[in-house]
Design a protein around this ligand. Structure first.
Ligand code: AHR
Length: 688
């Protein structure tokens, strides 16, 4: 064993020393294009229970009884009726709880939560409910955190009481501190008389907007966001924050498209909406997936501000999802061009909501929600994955109307169009040229593609390399055209694991190829202004789409290998591109480049240079990096992301299987001679 290891080691060394040295030259004293502050951002969509059941820390599912089945998520006993003339006109349902008619039969309601109601020992949880006693009774609501699986003489592990009186609707609150940690618990509420006992005669109480939050949310905001999940976003240092989706912006029908005006103002009166990810895939069907809009546009803007990222809202362009609705049904599923005014007005009003003075209609709504200062909106995207047809410019004929009005009324806003769901091909080419004709400021490209595509080796049916795949994608883009927002991308792996499971999720190999591809973003900073991996979040028990950047369950969260790739690019994005070449060519995995991809940037503020090199090959590669124009580099560090196992993944149980590793390095003179290990992403952080 010892011998074969020693032999393997010596072969390895031999192959390194015999291998051709890859001589790379960095023009260290010629800073090129500026890297935009918006580079390396995040894209949030309520998919995979990303918002309700995820980022939004609300623990009660169907808290306002507005789901298709008003009692979905609830178990009831005794005398419970669903009512629909509640205090909130956009959320009219509530429950009427009354005496059961028998002294031993309880009236109670119990909520399942999102994949369970999960709570931690010693933490504080805030319960709240809107309630009234319509007949003038006085009642007590006994609120309990329970664990039905508990093997002892009582289920409850925490409780608090609320005394409800008066016929007017009021908000009541109490706090719970569970005595133990429970992952799959429930919230249970008993109706009691004013003495706190089981009722024995007529009593009625109405309850609406039943809510439970941990006190320990991001920035301790009441009704806020999950702290661990926002922290993970914060740690990415995102430059831009695209929201609220994706496909959910479009809707299957116009009625369930995302309408931002429904998502602002008091949470109790935000109307529930369907979530198309409920039914999109019948093999991962989630009949309880809705959008409560607990996180709405105010919260998204506020989050962008917290993260230091530029807010980038996406608005419906007057079209539903084109994948779901044939354009032959244009009149049924899409808004006629002449009827677009309300949609365009929504865009204009959004600018007022974000940036307008407190004396404007929508600026006042923002101020009333607690943010009199403007949010500093600079970008609006019109449409998500839309496209034109040969005989019908379905998307661009609508987009042009938005552009006309926005240019006049909101000239400060940069408009983002889309090149649709395809990264190349006829439909992409048409839209790309139309985006130029229409003069959008940026266009949004999406590419969920396989390993070959990310490495620039994808071929068409005739065996020709697909134009625009790989890290050279942007090298030939029109420098004067609209800038690029790579708004959704991820490497989707092919093949199978040994156990036959589809190999598509967040394993190390795909993240390595994303790192390789992203050297092309970096090199082309004069064209690519923003890039956001997608999707962002996934609940381990409720996902529809995979891979995703950050995974979580009710208690824990975990960063995928792709997360670390994004983070390394973002933390070391620099301020200006530096030319990095090998034999005078960009290093993009091209022939003779030994599977290497590389890019370099300078940070004018710190004087540092960051070089990213990805070795996608199976053998270590010796590299000489010469920094032209400077006499000497003094020191620095090397951060690597590597796994010997290409299928390695971080998981909730083992979140640190693949993480960046850092070590100090010394450089003498202006040349760095180094070996890039096989299948490794290296970031060199160098000081002059
Ligand atoms: O990110 C998941 C989905 O992919 C988005 O909703 C959509 O824009 C794309 O098709």
């Amino acid at each position: 064993m010892l011998t074969s290891l020693a032999l393997a080691a010596s072969l390895n060394v031999a192959s390194t020393s015999l291998a051709q040295v890859n001589d790379m030259v960095v023009q260290a004293n010629k800073p090129g294009a500026q890297i935009q502050a918006t580079m390396y951002g995040i894209f949030f969509e309520d998919i995979n229970y990303g918002a309700d059941g995820g980022l939004y820390a609300e623990m009660v599912k169907n808290r306002s009884f507005e789901f298709g089945n008003p009692l979905q998520g609830w178990e009831i006993s005794g005398n419970v009726k669903v009512m629909d003339d509640g205090p909130f006109d956009k959320s009219p349902h509530y429950l009427r709880l009354g005496y059961s008619g028998h002294r031993v039969i309880h009236t109670a309601i119990q909520n399942d939560g999102f994949f369970g109601v999960s709570y931690k020992k010693g933490e504080t949880y805030r319960f709240s409910v809107w309630a009234r006693c319509p007949k003038g009774d006085k009642v007590i609501l006994e609120v309990q955190l329970v664990d039905e699986a508990l093997d002892r003489n009582r289920h409850q592990v925490g409780s608090c009481k609320i005394k409800v009186e008066g016929a007017e609707w009021k908000k009541y609150e109490c706090e719970l501190r569970p005595e133990m940690t429970v992952e799959d618990g429930k919230l249970r509420i008993f109706l009691r008389n004013e003495k706190g006992e089981k009722p024995t005669s007529d009593l009625t109480v109405d309850v609406e907007h039943v809510s439970l939050f941990p006190a320990d949310t991001w920035k301790e905001r009441t009704g806020g966001m999950r702290k661990d999940l926002v922290q993970a976003l914060y740690d990415l240092h995102p430059g831009v924050f695209r929201f609220p989706g994706g496909c959910i912006v479009e809707g299957t029908n116009l009625a369930d498209r995302y309408q931002w005006k429904n998502t602002v103002g008091p949470v109790e009166n935000r109307p529930l909406n369907l979530n198309r990810w409920q039914y999109e895939f019948d093999y991962r069907y989630y009949p309880d997936y809705y959008q409560s809009y607990g996180i709405g546009f105010f919260e998204y803007f506020q989050l962008a501000e917290d993260l230091g990222a530029a807010p980038l809202p996406v608005l419906n362009c007057g079209m539903t999802c084109q994948f779901e609705n044939d354009i032959k049904d244009e009149a049924k599923y899409h808004v006629a061009v002449e009827d677009l005014d309300p949609y365009i007005q929504d865009a204009v009003d959004l600018v007022e909501f974000a940036n307008g003075g407190v004396d404007t209609k929508w600026g006042k709504v923002r101020a009333d929600m607690g943010h009199p200062e403007p949010f500093g909106l600079e970008f609006i995207a019109i449409g998500n994955e839309q496209w034109d047809y040969q005989d019908n410019p379905a998307y661009t004929k609508r987009l042009v109307r938005f552009i006309e009005v926005l240019r006049k009324k909101c000239p400060e806003i940069k408009i983002i169009g889309t090149t649709g769901p395809n990264s190349e091909g006829a439909s992409f080419d048409i839209l790309q040229s139309r985006m130029k004709q229409l003069g959008v400021d940026l266009y949004d490209e999406h590419f969920y593609r396989n390993e070959d595509w990310f490495l620039g080796k994808a071929t068409d049916r005739d065996g020709n390399i697909i134009k625009g795949c790989g890290a050279t994608r942007y090298d030939s883009y029109d420098r004067k055209g609209p800038k690029v927002f790579a708004g959704e991308y991820a490497c989707h792996g092919r093949g199978k694991y040994a156990d036959g499971k589809e190999k598509k999720c967040n394993h190390f190999e795909t993240s390595l190829y994303e790192a390789a591809f992203m050297t092309g973003f970096e090199r082309n900073a004069d064209v690519v202004y923003m890039a956001t991996y997608a999707p962002l979040f996934a609940h381990i028990k409720g996902w529809q789409w995979c891979p995703d950047l950050i995974w979580f369950d009710n208690m824990r969260s975990m960063k995928s290998c792709s997360y670390y790739v994004q983070q390394l690019y973002s933390h070391y994005k620099g301020t200006n591109v530096l030319s990095l070449t090998m034999n005078k060519k960009p290093v993009a995995g091209s022939e003779g480049q030994n599977g290497l991809y590389a890019s370099a940037v300078a940070n004018k503020e710190t004087g540092e240079i960051y070089v990213k090199i990805v070795n996608t090959g199976d053998t270590p590669q010796p590299v000489n990096l010469t920094f032209k124009g400077i006499k000497a580099l003094l020191s620095g560090k090397l951060i690597t992301l590597h796994s010997d196992n290409l299928d390695a993944e971080n998981t909730l149980d083992n979140p640190n299987v693949v993480t960046p590793q850092e070590k100090a390095i010394e450089v003498s003179g202006n040349t760095l001679s180094t070996d890039i290990p096989a299948k490794t992403f290296c970031v060199y952080v160098l000081k002059r």
